[in-house]
Design a protein around this ligand. Structure first.
Ligand SMILES: *Cc1c(COP(=O)(O)O)cnc(C)c1O
Length: 382
């Protein structure tokens, strides 16, 4: 065992894939401090700039006084607090589904949904570029895992048509986390209707960002379907922590009864739900944050047009610059860092071989000058 780990660690290093953590010394934001140095960061998923918002900090303090710190038990025992309950109602209302259920994290939500709804004899259809949590969930469920090439609905349809599975579940990132492109949700629903399948939409990067008042991908496409199982996270645009699943009442009831990652874990601190309730108000009310993101995104795309490196066709605040090799992207990311810019190098296995990239992510708290500075440095490094 030990020698095997040594070899694997060594091979990660020699392939330029070794990962290191960096320790933030203060708050999350567009300006962060690491090892005593300040950086302009284009790295977080805090798209709306809410993670350190004073009103959320205040809500956390108020929540702590009202509810204490720990939830003390799982939801089904005695850990389901009033703030959890209120937040579930608010999220259902906000996203336009009959009911919603909180999970401790997006990873756990995906594992819970897939394992509760499908099993041996069923089939899960997954876009090749889906988030790891969806694929792990499928493996854990023991349903047959059927992958289709990114956005290739012709192949998806062939595979759906051929499948003899009792229950079929199609699952997709709504906004792809490392590419920033938006799934063809309308066509996916039509296929699910035609082949009697569920559609699990993972809107981790769309919730708060897309749609009217940030209601997410379902509002973005102005759709509604009883086949949708909607999942979104609360630690990205919402700026706090956690996740939820929304859908038909019966689905939510199934999750309460059968989702093991819901049942066998301590409920998240109720003070966090109290803070998310506040965050929802800000998401809904502060349209300027989404407007600003669109402005920044357009500016960045224009500034980077002339680069030799390819930009992906993304209209979201996730703007990847494809470099190719893992070692090269690390070099560029390090060079940016020396000049005070923090942009993560994303390498395999997070993305396919040969598509290592800088993942630039924008926040409503950036300004146009920040984006222009970044573009200038990138042009110099090219
Ligand atoms: C971040 C992410 C998750 C996991 O959510 P957490 O709350 O961070 O566990 C799931 N799916 C996608 C697409 C994500 O980007």
């Amino acid at each position: 065992m030990r020698s095997d780990s040594t070899t694997r660690l060594h091979s990660r290093k020699s392939n330029g894939l070794y990962r290191h953590r960096q320790t933030l010394e203060g708050r999350q934001g567009v300006h962060v401090s690491i090892a005593g140095r300040k950086y302009l960061s284009f790295s977080s998923n805090d798209y709306l700039g809410l993670a350190s918002h004073p009103e959320l900090i205040e809500a956390v303090c108020e929540g702590a006084i009202r509810y204490g710190v720990g939830a003390g038990a799982s939801h089904l025992v005695v850990g389901h607090h009033l703030s959890h309950h209120r937040l579930e109602e608010a999220l259902a209302h906000f996203t336009g589904f009959p009911r919603a259920l909180l999970f401790s994290s997006g990873y756990m939500a995906n594992v819970g949904v897939v394992t509760a709804l499908v099993g041996h004899g069923d089939a899960v259809f997954t876009d090749r570029l889906n988030h790891a949590s969806l694929n792990d969930a499928a493996l854990l469920s023991r349903a047959r895992l059927i992958r289709y090439p990114h956005f290739d609905l012709t192949i998806l349809e062939q595979r759906l048509a051929k499948s003899q599975a009792k229950c079929k579940l199609v699952m997709t990132d709504a906004v792809f986390s490392m590419d920033g492109d938006i799934a063809p949700v309308i066509k996916l629903i039509a296929l699910c209707e035609k082949y009697d399948a569920w559609l699990l939409l993972d809107d981790a990067h769309g919730f708060g960002v897309l749609g009217q008042q940030g209601r997410g991908v379902v509002s973005h496409f102005n759709i509604s379907s009883q086949r949708i199982i909607y999942m979104a996270t609360l630690g990205k645009a919402a700026g706090v922590f956690g996740a939820f699943v929304a859908g038909e009442s019966e689905i939510i009831e199934m999750l309460i009864q059968y989702a093991r990652s819901y049942i066998y874990t301590t409920a998240t601190p109720p003070l966090l739900s109290h803070a998310v309730l506040k965050s929802l108000v800000l998401i809904e009310r502060e349209e300027w944050r989404r407007k600003k993101l669109i402005q920044l995104t357009e500016c960045l795309k224009k500034e980077l047009q002339s680069l030799r490196w390819k930009l992906l066709l993304s209209v979201t605040p996730i703007q990847p610059v494809i470099i190719g090799e893992g070692s090269e992207v690390v070099q560029i990311s390090n060079a940016l860092r020396e000049q005070g810019f923090l942009i993560p190098a994303i390498r395999p296995p997070t993305v396919p071989q040969g598509s290592a990239r800088l993942r630039i992510s924008l926040s409503a708290l950036h300004n146009i000058e920040d984006v222009k500075q970044l573009a200038m440095v990138l042009r110099e490094l090219e």
